[in-house]
Ligand binder design. Sequence first.
Ligand code: 13P
Length: 255
Amino acid sequence: METRTPLIAGNWKMYKTAAEARETAAQLVNLVTDADGADIMIAPAFTALESVFMVISGSRVSMGAQDLFWEKEGAYTGQISAEMLVAAGCQYVIIGHSERRQYFGETDDTVNKKIGAAIEAGLKPVVCVGETEHERESGQTFSVLDKQVKMGLKGYFVEDLSDLVIAYEPVWAIGTGKTATEEQAQEVHHYIRSLIEDLYGNAFSESMRILYGGSVKPANISALMAMADIDGALVGGASLDSESFSRIVHFKIKK
Ligand code: 13P
């Protein structure tokens, strides 16, 4: 029973001014008009959200943000609320990216709070998990993921999570050109789905999308997407160019 629509998402990280982002987004919109087999999302920097929304609105391309803060409003200098993202045109928000965990003090606890804020505002959370190279080499991959998933989702019920997307991004594969093999990724995706099944039941675990991220390129997307539990990709570097991202969006499904 395969009911999961693939999601191909581009995380633009700290690249592109508002004008540059608008230009890339406009090109992408034109390149993917025929790509009806997948949902498509791009996540530009906060400063580019409004200008990107102007060119993607009404198209096949949706928009997400790269982070949010969990409070609704207040004296929190530099922060952006879920409501502000919705007003700017976002449907998705990336939460707990490894770069935020590594450089900006993100923890499973802050991820947990951010998921709640996203759900309450009607944003679809794309929650990132993944092990470091050291954790993989020391045999801790599954225990690390177990903790990230369980603590991130702690306190939420299945009815809260209908829009949840999980992105498995092995830290050692991000921006390094070292992709996990499709078998390595499938093994972890299957593990994550079984964790979700234990927590929330079979029907929900079968409906939830799990994306792979880490050096996804036009050349490796098809092999990854052929795996049973890989439902899409969270793409960094290769999403910055509309042409290469469009080629990823147009992967040939071999399942
Ligand atoms: P790269 O595709 O550049 O490895 O980045 C992956 C990523 O971190 C997406 O969120």
